[in-house]
Design a protein around this ligand. Structure first.
Ligand SMILES: Cc1cc2nc3c(=O)[nH]c(=O)nc-3n(C[C@H](O)[C@H](O)[C@H](O)COP(=O)(O)OP(=O)(O)OC[C@H]3O[C@@H](n4cnc5c(N)ncnc54)[C@H](O)[C@@H]3O)c2cc1C
Length: 421
């Protein structure tokens, strides 16, 4: 219901320029000229750019309704719609004037158009793996200028006629954009002021550490994630997404981090008493949302984290639900939470763990990767089970493909991506 209201709100927002334009055309009478259509396309582009910016600015409030992946997809789609409207807007002017009109008012529009094209190109490049994450993340900050630049273009065009309905519409959207931006900044400041004290840093293996911190009033469901920032020696890091590995009934909250780069390599330097800024919870990846005769968790390496929160929860509530964990790791030493898993198999009679190791020499146990053979061998009710998959992109893609080829319905397959592009 809330989701539907959100979509209605968005559609109305994009429909207003269409209505205002039609009303103006009807009042003027006569035929509609190409320039009028060009104007309408410009107004539509403005509405799409506003919506594109809002999906990200309002992320903390809209993500629980839309989900993380849908929010990013909607953001991308509004960007493409804005680009199409802007291109058509420009082409119509060229068609009428034989070139673009000149004037200072065009510079902000050119800049906005350039930034939109650049950001879309880099985003697709990052998705395809051609452009590195950091180059994408740094350049994507420039996208924050696109909507204000387009507003400036409109403000320069409407000079002297700020009371017309369409000028008021431009003003209202810009005001809403500014209010959202301020709310988001204030939220960031509030989260920093209420940072969570770190209580413990636990070494899980040679490359994985768990940060345990006070919970305060942080509420979440097992399987969700949060953006965390560390405050160490007075310095605050950039936000990075991590799944909670604790379960909601615990008195503390925990994140388990694998050393992969700049940020994750600093985790083991943290000390009890340092602070963690937690922005969340986010995500829809939780078994609590589904009723199923069997839950199948498929993890690759550190992809165990959201699934482990669910397992801890199932253990805490003494679940009698059949749960199967198929967990792929390279070697035995990579397996974290070993003792706790053993205890869970003892306490939950319908819980089973199968370790699949790809680089272990000994022949004991399953070797290789999670594949169709293993799924068919261990899953009792393959077509009635719900599957929760988290791990490297390759494992996710392969497992989803295998399940679909086996004929498992799409609605039974749930994936958590450890990537934001
Ligand atoms: C929803 C979600 C949940 C996650 N949960 C866990 C978890 O429980 N445990 C765990 O070890 N890892 C988790 N990750 C992955 C984790 O966020 C990255 O490994 C981490 O941000 C890497 O940062 P880095 O600077 O150490 O490494 P880098 O070498 O700088 O980056 C490695 C890769 O991590 C991603 N990344 C880097 N910085 C960011 C950022 N600021 N925001 C988003 N992605 C970034 C990029 O894809 C990049 O290519 C999760 C990711 C997502 C999206």
């Amino acid at each position: 219901m809330k989701r539907m209201l959100l979509f209605i709100g968005w559609s109305l927002c994009a429909a207003v320029p269409l209505y205002l334009w039609s009303a103006t055309m009807a009042a003027q009478g006569g035929e509609i000229a190409l320039l009028d259509v060009a104007g309408l396309l410009g107004h539509l582009a403005y509405a799409f750019l506003f919506l594109q910016a809002c999906v990200i600015l309002a992320f903390p409030w809209t993500e629980p309704l839309l989900g993380t992946q849908s929010s990013y997809e909607i953001h991308e789609k509004f960007g493409l719609m804005a680009l199409t409207a802007l291109l058509s807007h420009g082409f119509l002017f060229v068609a009428v004037y034989g070139g673009l009109p000149r004037g200072f008012f065009l510079w902000p529009a050119h800049a906005a158009f350039f930034l939109l094209c650049l950001n879309l190109l880099l985003s697709y490049g990052a998705k395809a793996g051609v452009i590195g994450y950091h180059l994408w993340a740094e350049t994507h900050k420039s996208a924050a200028l696109i909507f204000p630049l387009f507003f400036l273009h409109g403000a320069l065009i409407f000079r002297g006629s700020y009371s017309t309905p369409i000028a008021v519409y431009y003003g209202v959207l810009f005001l809403l954009f500014m209010i959202l931006a301020i709310c988001r900044l204030k939220r960031g400041e509030r989260l920093k002021r209420h940072a969570h004290k770190i209580l413990d840093i636990i070494k899980e293996n040679h490359e994985v550490w768990t940060v345990v911190c006070e919970k305060k009033r942080f509420k979440y469901v097992p399987g969700q994630y949060a953006f965390i920032r560390t405050i160490h020696n007075g310095r605050i890091s950039a936000p990075h997404p991590f799944s909670m590995t604790s379960q909601p009934r615990e008195k503390n909250v925990a994140f388990t981090v694998k050393w992969v780069g700049d940020f994750s390599s600093t985790i083991h330097h943290l000390k009890p008493g340092d602070s963690l800024v937690i922005d969340g919870p986010y995500g829809q990846f939780s078994f609590l949302k589904y009723d199923s005769p069997e839950m199948v968790f498929i993890a690759g390496g550190i992809g165990i984290t959201p699934l482990f929160s669910m397992l801890r929860y199932a253990h805490a509530v003494k679940s009698r639900h059949p749960i199967l964990l198929l967990w792929g790791n390279k070697r035995k030493d990579d397996i974290i939470f070993r003792q706790e898993l053993k205890q869970m198999t003892l306490d939950m009679e319908r819980f089973k763990v199968v370790h699949i190791l790809s680089r272990e020499k000994s022949k004991r146990g399953e070797r290789g990767h999670v594949d169709e053979e293993r799924i068919k061998k261990y899953v009792e009710q393959p077509y009635r089970a719900h599957y929760f998959i988290c791990g490297p992109a390759g494992l996710q893609k392969n497992t989803v493909r295998i399940l679909k080829e086996m004929g498992v319905e799409e609605k039974r397959i749930h994936v958590e991506k450890f990537s934001v592009v």
